[in-house]
Design a binder for this molecule. Sequence first.
Ligand SMILES: Nc1ncnc2c1ncn2[C@@H]1O[C@H](COP(=O)(O)OP(=O)(O)O)[C@@H](O)[C@H]1O
Ligand SMILES: [Mg+2]
Length: 249
Amino acid sequence: MDNESTLLTGQRLSKQFKGLLAVSGVDIEIAEGEIVGLIGPNGAGKSTTFNLLSGFLKPTAGRLTIRGVDMSGAVPEQVSKQGLVRTFQHGSYLPSMTVHDNVLIGCLGGIRSGRVKTADRRRNIDDAIGLFGLAGHETDIARNLPHGLQRLLSMAIAFAARPALICFDEPLTGLNQTEVAGTLDVYRQLTSTHRMSILLVEHNMRAVMSICDRIYVLHHGEIIFTGTPDTVKTSDVVLKAYLGEAHDI
Ligand SMILES: Nc1ncnc2c1ncn2[C@@H]1O[C@H](COP(=O)(O)OP(=O)(O)O)[C@@H](O)[C@H]1O
Ligand SMILES: [Mg+2]
């Protein structure tokens, strides 16, 4: 798949924490417009992989290329300028600021990176607020929002930076079924209308299976399987990795 449509390539990425090899020789590719899942039991190395892709951790070994530029060892700001923006597992917004100002911060990241024109600032913020169902909450302080809206706010901030690739770390945790369905609809719009790609780490297997084009399965820091949702569901190695885990697959 190494052609023009490849957005991100990670080659043999590894991360060693003292005695623990948390991520080991991970090969990952994401194409333009693709929704890619990254799943695996707790402690498999999903968040560490996210940190390696987004510049929050330096790989011990391996190479990272984003839109044709070598980003191995780059810091988060360089990676986000190159078009990759991520959310964090436990929320990524400033709790004491309003919804509007939080989304503005995302938008300013887009302006700094040249993906959003200064003249489009107002419209971009309104679009992000509208898309993620936050209209009417612009002046609410983020910490006072219900949990579901806080999750959506983290995603709206990332979207407002207009990246080529958004990496969501467990974005659906604590959302009710209606909120999950609404969020998956938004993901489809991100890829179809906005031509973004998505990397999704998520424990809600039903959601992952329904939205992803392709899935990588991590176990003990290694990719043990890659394929479409249907092939993942019926893979013996995947089922074995999940045995003893409290997940439905
Ligand atoms: N900063 C760190 N220092 C030491 N060990 C870490 C660090 N971050 C993660 N780990 C360990 O690396 C492994 C993978 O963690 P993580 O990537 O958070 O897994 P996941 O997101 O799949 O649950 C775990 O054993 C975890 O304890
Ligand atoms: Mg994690």
